[in-house]
Ligand binder design. Structure first.
Ligand SMILES: Nc1ncnc2c1ncn2[C@@H]1O[C@H](COP(=O)(O)OP(=O)(O)OP(=O)(O)O)[C@@H](O)[C@H]1O
Length: 263
């Protein structure tokens, strides 16, 4: 469960560069909710994710994970509650470590143990099984350096790692945006499967409206740091890319990227 209670964040307050990135934003995700987040450039999407992880301190409001307020917790203390997959395939994995070392690290995450403790035959068998399910042949490359993998393979691995520890909340930060259409489609499918199988509570930022409609059970649209439109289960099922584009067209000052315009 994740709850954002009236969170606000202003950059450079009181200066000519003042920018209100989040304005009294409230959102509650029940266990198993999968919420897709869309919004124009500068709407506050990344700021929301950074506020949840503690990378950014909010000015006011509160953030609860599993009913515990984490607002005053430093980012390292929050790390065991969430998994995050970034847009940049290079960001979520360690390129100089092997596939199995990366997986072992993910498994140890938040437990304060060393890498050496992470590998034994039982674990290797588990890793192989998990990798096999990705359908990319990575189960035969356990000792390959992750830096040698393609962007799509790394994103699939990041996703697997993020879901490994059954985090209270999974944060997906435009995680398919840097991939070519075919790989993006594969990682989108994997997302659906991994989230679905584990029933992970998920918040996914995307610029792709088709993906925002296809995945998840709820959708929110952000603009100028506020939620300006929400679609719940049944409404979301009926929504179309055209509906969303029309909403954007009616927002004064909303700037959509080419990717968003193309769906
Ligand atoms: N570290 C920062 N310092 C100053 N201003 C910032 C900072 N981070 C974000 N902002 C501003 O806060 C607002 C929200 O930014 P944010 O990155 O959350 O938007 P976004 O919805 O993720 O946009 P995009 O789709 O372009 O990535 C923007 O006006 C942005 O310029």
């Amino acid at each position: 469960m994740l709850e954002l209670q009236n969170i606000s964040k202003t950059f450079f307050p009181g200066t000519v560069n003042e920018r209100r990135a989040l304005v009294n934003l409230s959102l509650r995700l029940e266990k198993g909710d999968f919420v897709t987040v869309i919004g124009s450039n500068g709407a506050g999407k990344s700021t929301v994710l950074n506020a949840i992880t503690g990378r950014l301190k909010i000015d006011s409001g509160d953030i609860l994970i599993d009913n515990v307020s984490v607002r005053r917790w430093p980012d390292y203390k929050r790390a065991r509650f969430y998994g995050r997959v970034f847009q940049d395939p290079m960001a979520g994995t360690a390129p100089d470590l092997t596939i199995e070392q990366n997986l072992a690290l993910a498994l140890q995450r938040g437990k304060g143990r060393g890498l050496a403790l992470g590998l034994n035959s039982k674990r290797r068998a588990f890793f192989k099984e998990e990798l096999e399910a990705l359908g990319l042949g990575l189960e035969n490359r356990l000792s390959a350096r992750v830096g040698l993998l393609s962007g799509g393979q790394r994103q699939a691995l990041s996703l697997l790692m993020a879901g490994f520890t059954q985090p209270s909340i999974l944060l997906l930060d435009e995680h398919t945006a840097a991939l070519d259409p075919q790989r993006a489609a594969h990682v989108t499918q994997l997302t659906e499967r991994i989230v679905g199988e584990s029933g992970l509570t998920t918040l996914m930022v995307t610029h792709n409206m088709e993906q925002a409609i296809a995945l998840g059970n709820r959708l929110i649209m952000l603009h100028e740091g506020q939620i300006i439109h929400q679609l719940e289960a049944e409404e979301k099922k009926k929504a179309t890319v055209e509906d969303l584009l029309e909403r954007f067209a009616n927002i004064k000052g909303a700037v959509l990227s080419d990717k968003q315009m193309l769906g």
